[in-house]
Design a protein around this ligand. Sequence first.
Ligand SMILES: [Zn+2]
Length: 65
Amino acid sequence: MTDTHSCPLCTERYDDHKDLRVHLEVEHRKSELVSYLVELDAAVTDISSEREPTTVDEERPAPSA
Ligand SMILES: [Zn+2]
């Protein structure tokens, strides 16, 4: 059960991704960061499911070192 979302700006941790978003918006008011997390979450979901055909045009380098 490591499905916790930790705030990158502090040490707060939330089981629910939505709670983390609310925390960021309320405590840090980082709308850009929220968008970043949303994109990150979407990217993870995309990997676990299937690739979007819209990303075929340009392949991004793997983040693995
Ligand atoms: Zn925080």
